[in-house]
Design a protein around this ligand. Structure first.
Ligand code: ZN
Length: 255
């Protein structure tokens, strides 16, 4: 069951979910002294007018009804150029490609990547050793780092939950690690807890908060006063712990 609550947070570093791919063509237009690259997407749906969108990771897209010529997309981009450029300029810069020496977040701090073929992934002091050659392609590096995050989450998250469950005197039916796009955790009606693997990016104080929050739902299914009293009983400083979560959401993380 979905739980509405303050522990939910947007995770801006999560890449957009790929949409189903209608036919698309790339185009560009010189306007206002700059070049706007855009994608024209032919809509199979009942689109009646041209629609323009500008999103991080997706760029400028113009959805065009099937019967409208492509030239009208260019005309729309030209008309709305100032708005498009302002939106593009407002995007956060893309995170740099991961390479030896890159810092990646972990448990509220950062660890530095080191590439050693045949070794790792393992954490050695503040160094995360991954089994890659120094010139490895960024997607391969991201895959290694992500797999390591998830492996750490599979250990650290159930550990924290078990510790708090024992203290609080509750027993979840199961603890599952999930790749949730917009939630840190949830508690199902049957007592199953689902927690986001990205919690290993946060300080342990924040992980503890999410664990206590979801475990408290085993007693109180809502966000009533009684629920928050239960949370406060175990973590009087839960508000500052929750703030830590919103801070990590803004760090640049390999997707
Ligand atoms: Zn909740």
């Amino acid at each position: 069951m979905r739980r509405e609550g303050a522990h939910r947070s947007r995770l801006p570093y999560t890449p957009p979910v790929p949409r189903s791919q209608p036919p698309a063509e790339q185009a560009s237009l010189a306007v206002l002294g700059r070049t706007i690259e855009y994608t024209v997407v032919r809509s199979h749906q009942r689109l009646r007018t041209l629609e323009i969108s500008v999103r991080p990771g997706e760029g400028v897209r113009v959805a065009v009804p099937a019967f409208v010529p492509s030239g009208e997309a260019a005309a729309l981009v030209r008309r709305r150029a100032a708005w498009i450029l302002a939106r593009l300029d407002a995007f956060p810069p893309a995170p740099p490609a991961l390479a030896p020496g890159s810092q990646v977040p972990y448990r509220g701090g950062f660890v530095r990547l080191a590439f050693v073929p045949g070794q790792g992934p393992l954490l050695h002091g503040a160094e995360l050793i991954v089994p890659l050659a120094p010139g490895a392609h960024p997607p391969a590096v991201e895959a290694e780092v992500n797999a390591w995050y998830r492996a750490r989450a599979a250990v650290l998250v159930p550990e924290a939950v078990a510790e708090w469950a024992a203290l609080m005197g509750v027993t979840p039916r199961a603890v599952l690690i999930r790749d949730q796009k917009r939630r840190w955790g949830s508690c199902a009606a049957n007592g199953t807890l689902r927690l986001n693997w990205r919690l290993v990016l946060a300080p342990s104080a924040a992980l503890d908060y999410v664990a206590v929050h979801e475990l408290a739902h085993l007693r109180h299914r809502d966000h009533s006063r009684a629920f928050w009293e239960e949370v406060t009983r175990w973590l009087p400083d839960w508000k500052s712990r929750r703030t830590l979560l919103s801070e990590i959401a803004f760090r640049q993380v390999p997707s």
